[in-house]
Design a protein around this ligand. Structure first.
Ligand code: ZN
Length: 409
């Protein structure tokens, strides 16, 4: 048999296997006969692949399903506690780790701070030590993969962090180094994209084929899911909405340009606007709360002031929300998603931030349907990027579309 035929046979087998796994996972338990009906695969194909999955321990036979007259069929279920996944969210000041089961339930979590101006070797050391410690908690061979959500620009096909601006590091070969160290698959994705995937599987994006998830924290990034697939663009830059221009005469951004969205609506933008108002003599609770120490000023503190009734604090979120709302309107006009999810540290302000976003979209979106685009908070909160990182591995195990995307592109 020609090698390309063997290749396509193996690919077909692997796609069928993923198809079956996905149906078992999404139904929570299903008989072999019903799998054959739903997938249109022949019963012997289903029986053979099910036997393979049972022998690997990834699937177990569960309780009997309802009988349609004869013997009650045995249901196949995912053996979610048989295998584990490590998820990592590499933020700018800390790295979060989680060990989860195959349902993305977090069994162990840990957070390690990142030192200032780390070297590549420092980051790799932290990652290797933490993964080693997580994998020591499960039986040998049961950790099936490592998913990483990384801030900055990522080449996900090669698993390389091309540019991590806050570390000032370039070309970190995460996948290559960690696969060499641990001998299991490692997948790397930009953190906002990992969040979008996590939200679409386990959060507020469930069922949405076209969805955009925006991470608003120290920076602003978006993960774009179109037709259930992550959209990355030619060089992995798609979704970098933090560096789209929000105000031509706006303040300097970390990227060197002026007036970027994140320079006015993310952490530093809020902080800068607060300090300007205070310097103009505006009365605010924030003055007492920071007692002269500007370094104490952050999104969480401004939120506390806002819920204590401080007008300036509420104004700051309203203004950030309006800038964000303009960016969201632009995104709606470019991608026309069915839903927008907003997560990240600043989004903890909830409706203080989201209501102005919704208002701008209602005012500016082109037609009645676009004006109604649901804009909701992240369902996974602080752990959205972490669960998203885990989902990078799960999606490859369980989703035909995702597998197809990663194998063939
Ligand atoms: Zn910028």
């Amino acid at each position: 048999m020609a090698s390309h035929l063997i290749g396509s046979f193996q690919l077909m087998k692997s796609l069928n296997r993923t198809l079956i796994l996905n149906i078992i996972r999404s139904t929570g338990g299903i008989s072999r006969a019903d799998i054959a009906k739903r997938t249109k695969l022949t019963p012997p194909t289903v029986t053979n692949l099910a036997a393979e999955l049972l022998s690997e321990g990834i699937v177990v036979e569960g309780q009997h399903g309802p009988s349609s007259g004869g013997r009650k069929p045995i249901l196949l279920k995912i053996n979610s506690r048989q295998f584990y996944v490590a998820g990592i969210d590499v933020g700018i000041s800390k790295i979060r780790f989680a060990l989860t089961d195959l349902d993305a339930r977090v069994l162990i979590r840990k957070t390690i701070p990142v030192q200032d101006s780390p070297k590549e070797a420092d980051i790799m050391d932290v990652l290797i030590q933490a993964i080693r410690s997580l994998s020591s908690e499960v039986p040998k061979g049961k950790l099936v993969g490592i998913g990483i959500g990384m801030h900055g620009i990522v080449n996900s096909a090669k698993g390389v962090a091309l540019y991590a601006p806050n570390f000032n590091l370039k070309n970190i070969p995460l996948k290559e180094k960690l696969e060499e160290e641990f001998g299991i698959p490692v997948r790397v994705e930009n953190d906002a994209r990992a969040m979008a995937l996590g939200e679409s599987w386990f959060g507020n994006g469930a069922g949405a084929a076209d969805m955009i998830c925006i991470n608003v924290g120290h920076g602003i990034g978006a993960g774009i899911l179109m037709d259930h697939k992550l959209f990355r663009g030619r060089h992995g830059l798609a979704g970098e909405i933090g560096h789209t221009v929000a105000d031509l005469n706006g303040p300097l951004c970390t990227c060197g340009n002026y007036g970027c969205l994140q320079a006015v609506a993310a952490h530093d933008g809020l902080k800068r606007a607060a300090m300007r108002e205070i310097s103009f003599g505006r009365k605010t609770l924030i003055t007492d709360m920071i007692s002269g120490d500007e370094s104490k000023l952050n999104g969480a503190l401004i939120y506390q002031a806002a819920i204590a009734g401080d007008e300036l604090a509420a104004d700051l979120f309203r203004q950030a929300g309006r800038y964000l709302g303009t960016a969201v309107t632009n995104l709606i006009h470019v991608m026309n998603p069915s839903k927008i999810i907003i997560g990240g540290g600043i989004s903890k302000a909830g409706d203080l931030l989201l209501d102005p976003v919704r208002e701008v979209v209602r005012q500016r979106a082109l037609d009645p349907e676009a004006k109604k685009t649901p804009i909701v908070a992240s369902g996974l909160g602080d752990e959205a990027a972490l669960i998203g990182a885990v989902t990078l591995i799960l999606a490859e195990m369980f989703s035909v579309q995702y597998k197809h995307q990663t194998e063939l592109v």
